[in-house]
Design a protein around this ligand. Structure first.
Ligand SMILES: N[C@@H](CCC(=O)N[C@@H](CS)C(=O)NCC(=O)O)C(=O)O
Length: 90
């Protein structure tokens, strides 16, 4: 089965984006970053997928995890660790 692709929509000067990326890296989760400063044409895609107008927006495959606060909550509950382990299994 193809490995789940994690996508993070970001902006360059965004502390929440930096924190979210740091957390994903700390869990060894590979992700594709879509920097919306570099790709402003993808804002509409990000908003349509997430229903939100802030960054970061994080997707685990097609599943919307939310922003930095949401990711931090998953970390706190132990869920992110479990998901990362699952992802690593392939
Ligand atoms: N609670 C959000 C905060 C995200 C946030 O405020 N991001 C800022 C950039 S650092 C943003 O998108 N601002 C644009 C806006 O509010 O329109 C999260 O945890 O992701």
């Amino acid at each position: 089965m193809a490995r789940v692709r994690v996508t993070v929509y970001t902006m360059t000067a965004c502390p929440y984006c930096a924190a979210a990326k740091k957390l994903l890296r700390s869990r060894g989760v590979p992700f594709e970053e879509v920097n919306l400063d570099e790709h402003p044409e993808r804002w509409a895609e990000c908003e349509a997928r997430s229903g939100r107008e802030t960054v970061p927006q994080i997707f685990w495959g097609e599943k919307h995890l939310g922003g930095c606060d949401d990711l931090s909550a998953l970390e706190k509950s132990g869920e992110l660790k479990r998901m990362a382990a699952e992802l690593a299994k392939g």
